[in-house]
Write a protein that binds this ligand. Structure first.
Ligand code: EPU
Length: 433
């Protein structure tokens, strides 16, 4: 296992290029299964989750070829419907294979995803949608088995307790592309990653209207072709670098961004005293003359403030004098970063799904444990702002979702290095659990 050692206190400056979006690319790999022809995906981030997805597609029978760092070709001539537990358990997003497998083969067998550290993540809305489309869904020894032989056009509602479901919407869209007649999906997620999936499916010949709204209309077609598609930029990665600039008192320009995808984040930063300059495809962030102000933020489905930026924003709040409140409405218990931030001297209390931050105390470097992808990013940001050394353990979580984050931060002036945990004295290694 690798760890990151950060020597805090450097002010970050410069420009960084944003990578392709993980959460857009993963369902697009799955969507490639909808045609027997070759699909080329460009701007795919180089991440372990993407490589897992490639392995799963290969297991399903697709020919998967990586051409250079960020381009993948997928040709699923003959595929089979049974995804193996050993691969699927490594990544929750593999559940978005259900839709394309049922659409193309009329059956699918995918192990049910297990527990997740960011909170309870059921798939009841995915299964309810398939059911309402006329598929028979059973759970057999932990494996979801879907028989889609009797699927028919229908009108269904995708919303749940916490709003719309992103991968559930992706699954429902993909499941219905071949269903004769009109399928209406109400309460659909309108995240940019869903819009990008619809754009790709449109290139393949699918007839989808309403993308970007909560009501999607899908007119079944007989066949889809392969396509060439460029994955959208990663809005969460872009915002993470902007926070890195602000938290260290520097100025960072992130290139290759779609500003339209970051509306709620940009609004919060503006209100908190961050000076943002938006140019074509780039955003530059620095602290305004008035200094940073504490803030209140609530995470919500898009276009609300993204839950995937809550942990990083929490790290920023720890450095701003005054009381900030972060409320989680998507994953009410996604606060695993908080106990680790406390180890660095942050003052944060958790009350239900609220994190109450008394910010402004200088953070101190400490050995900390990453629990998930976005918590890893938050701890790195805190480490950049802290005095002394921070050791971030379990950064395999980070490598699932941020392409070369340590190298990109180094390019901006951060003192950050990747070490092999086995090379460290025992006292510095992670506890075994
Ligand atoms: N939910 C249900 N039932 C379902 C599905 C979801 O109750 O059947 C609940 C969830 O428990 C959660 C809420 O609905 O409270 C939203 O979950 P959603 O289904 O939208 O999440 P997801 O599709 O599993 C994607 C991203 C997550 C991101 C969420 C929310 C991918 C691969 N993952 O997950 O990304 O946090 O949407 O925006 O697209 C990350 O990148 O770090 C990450 C966790």
């Amino acid at each position: 296992m690798d760890i990151l050692r950060i020597h805090g206190g450097s002010t970050l400056h410069g420009e960084v290029e944003v990578s392709g979006s993980k959460n857009a690319a993963l369902p697009q790999f799955a969507a490639a299964l909808l045609s027997s022809e070759e699909t080329t995906l460009e701007n795919v981030p180089d991440l372990s989750d993407i490589r897992f997805m490639g392995e799963i597609l290969e297991h399903l029978g697709a020919k998967v070829e990586r051409c250079g760092k960020n381009t993948w070709k997928i040709q699923p001539l003959d595929i089979q419907p049974d995804a193996p537990y050993e691969l699927v358990r490594k990544m929750r997003a593999s559940i978005c294979l259900l839709g394309p497998l049922v659409a193309r083969l009329k059956r699918a067998k995918i192990p049910m995803p297990g527990g997740c550290v960011i909170g309870h993540r059921p798939i009841d809305l995915h299964l309810r949608a398939l059911n309402e489309m006329g598929a028979s869904v059973t759970l057999n020894q932990g494996v979801v088995e879907v028989d889609g032989a009797s699927m028919h056009a229908s009108t269904l509602f995708l919303g749940g307790r916490h709003g719309s479901t992103v991968t559930g919407t992706a699954n429902a869209i993909m499941a219905s592309v071949f269903t004769p007649g009109i399928t209406m999906l109400d309460g659909a997620a309108c995240e940019p990653e869903i819009v990008d999936l619809c754009t790709m499916l449109g290139k393949m010949g699918a007839k989808i209207s309403g993308s970007g709204s909560h009501l999607l209309k899908i007119e079944g077609v007989e066949k889809l072709t392969g396509c060439k598609h460029r994955v959208i930029p990663d809005r969460i990665e872009a915002a993470t670098y902007l926070i890195a600039g602000v938290i260290t008192g520097g100025k960072i320009r992130v290139n290759g961004v779609n500003q339209g995808h970051l509306g709620a984040f940009i609004k919060l930063m503006n209100e908190s005293g961050v000076k943002l300059i938006e140019a074509d495809g780039a955003i530059e962030a620095s602290i305004s003359g008035e200094g940073l102000k504490p803030f209140e933020v609530i995470t919500l489905p898009y276009p609300g403030f993204p839950t995937d930026l809550q942990a990083q924003t929490c790290a920023l709040a720890c450095t701003i004098p005054g009381l900030s409140i972060l409320t989680e409405r998507v994953y009410p218990s996604r606060f695993m970063h908080v106990p680790e931030l406390l180890r660095m001297g942050a003052e944060v209390s958790l009350e239900g799904s609220n994190a109450i931050v008394r910010g402004g105390k200088k953070l101190n470097g400490a050995p900390v444990m990453a629990s998930d992808l976005r918590a890893s990013a938050a701890l790195i940001l805190a480490g950049l702002a802290a005095e002394g050394e921070t050791w971030v353990h379990r950064i395999y979580h980070l490598d699932r979702g941020y392409e070369l984050l340590d190298l990109k931060l180094r390019g901006l002036g951060a003192e950050i290095e990747r070490l092999q945990e086995s090379a460290l004295p025992p006292a510095f290694r992670s506890p075994i659990d």
